[in-house]
Design a protein around this ligand. Structure first.
Ligand code: NZQ
Ligand code: ZN
Length: 385
């Protein structure tokens, strides 16, 4: 186990009815805020009404910036920053899934900066100050509600990249599982797949001496594999939604990598982000395709973890080599059983596109368990085809 600093200052209000506390908590410190929303699901589910009613009751004035789209773009962040600066707003309340919360993080950094907000994502400068923001989480997937990462697309550059900075934790997160009764079967599956992949990205990164964390990770994956179908079977199953919400948050809130050599491998994520840039592929579906292909490519570099995973998660009892293959096949089958694509051709990618995908992904170094160059990346795309 490596040395580590564990830091997670986000205060989480979890459970039925917590969204009606937003006004009281936010209003304790701020009187003029930006409300950042997605494409309308929060209005349809009633979350928007609960939050705005509680803001009004607490005397919090708000301006709104709606229309953050899945695979969020930097131009929307710039629009929101403009509203904050023009109106002299003091804080941000984000209502939505990972895309809205990730955007709120960009807005929070950009609102306290005179330059171009993309400077942070391009690593040209560091965040000196960020505007406080609050998250009302409506989807179980990314754990953005409990971490300090923001993943954004720059449309002009054709890049999707992540920014991680301790200044970007939500001040507080409100997580009412019943606000997720309205999440579609497809989105429940995609979000759950993302959470499983977050656990696996860390699990397979090659760190040794972390059996405790491996047990924790295996438990998370096994639970997610039960909870996702349960929530799809009965979208209004409160306990399934609640446990799914906490499992997803736990999958990327720092608890799985404390003691690891870093924050995980995330090469599958990088290859998936390229699909989102080029084809607007939903994040979870980029992973149901890329993660098993990556696992097969690097399996020999961490036979111990791949074999152990197969045994502990899928109960595969066979010689090591066969077992580790069995674990990967099991995961691909599980993704398929949720209706997710597992091959590039399933989402209409053509074989001729693969070299360009490899070029786009190889612009920055990727991989921890194995460093992947352009040729490795191309081979993985080919295997995923
Ligand atoms: O836009 P609205 O109308 O709100 O609808 C959304 C959207 O269409 C809908 N939705 C959200 N809550 C709902 C709901 N529908 C019904 N009922 C509800 N309660 O779900 C759709 C997807 O929303 P989105 O926010 O895009 O999904 P997700 O939470 O999966 O976020 C994905 C984004 O997060 C990034 C991904 O790359 C992607 O851009 N990630 C962020 C990470 C982080 N911050 O740590 C790490 C991840 O690996 C990931 O990269
Ligand atoms: Zn992810």
């Amino acid at each position: 186990m490596r040395n580590f600093i564990y830091y997670n200052p986000t205060k989480v209000y979890f459970g039925t009815g917590v969204n009606s506390q937003v006004g009281e908590i936010v209003g304790g410190e701020f009187k003029k805020v930006l409300l950042l929303c997605g494409g309308g699901s929060a209005r349809a589910s009633g979350v928007y009404d609960d939050v705005t009613a509680s803001l009004r009751a607490a005397g919090v004035d708000f301006r709104e910036c709606a229309g953050v789209k899945p695979n969020p773009v930097v131009s929307k962040i710039e629009e929101a920053i403009g509203i904050i600066k023009r109106e002299g707003l003091e804080a941000i309340v984000a209502i939505g899934g990972g895309s809205v919360i990730d955007s709120a993080k960009g807005v929070s950094a950009g609102a306290c900066y005179d330059g171009d907000v993309w400077d942070f994502y391009a690593r040209k400068t560091k965040i000196a100050r960020a505007m406080p923001f609050f998250a009302v989480a409506t989807l179980s997937a990314t754990a953005s509600e409990m971490n300090c990462t923001s993943v954004i697309i720059n449309e002009a550059l054709g890049v999707k990249t992540g920014l991680t900075d301790n200044a970007l934790f939500p001040r507080a997160t409100f997580l009412d599982p019943s606000a997720q009764f309205s999440v579609s079967a497809r989105q429940t599956a995609d979000g759950g797949i993302d959470a499983i992949c977050h656990v696996m990205e860390t699990y397979f990164d090659g760190t040794t001496g972390v059996e405790l964390l491996m047990e924790y990770a295996e438990g998370l994956v096994r639970s997610l594999m039960e909870l996702i179908p349960a929530a799809i079977r009965n979208p209004r199953d409160y306990d399934a939604r609640a446990q799914l919400a906490w499992a997803s948050a736990s999958a990327l809130n720092g608890t799985t990598w404390a003691g690891h050599s870093g924050r995980g491998d995330f090469a599958s994520h990088a290859m998936g982000h390229t699909l989102s840039v080029k084809y607007d592929t939903v994040h979870g579906e980029s992973l149901s395709i890329m993660m098993p292909a990556w696992m097969e490519y690097v399996r020999a570099d961490n036979e111990y973890a791949f074999t152990r995973f197969a045994r502990k998660v899928f109960g595969v009892i066979s010689p090591d080599d066969e077992a580790s293959r069995g674990g990967i096949a099991g995961m691909r089958e599980f993704f398929k059983s949720l209706g997710a694509p597992t091959r590039l051709r399933d989402i209409g990618v053509s074989k001729e596109d693969l070299p360009e995908l490899a070029d786009m992904t190889a612009r920055v170094p990727i991989g921890v368990l194995r460093k992947l160059g352009r040729e490795d990346i191309l081979q993985i795309y080919r295997a995923a085809f």
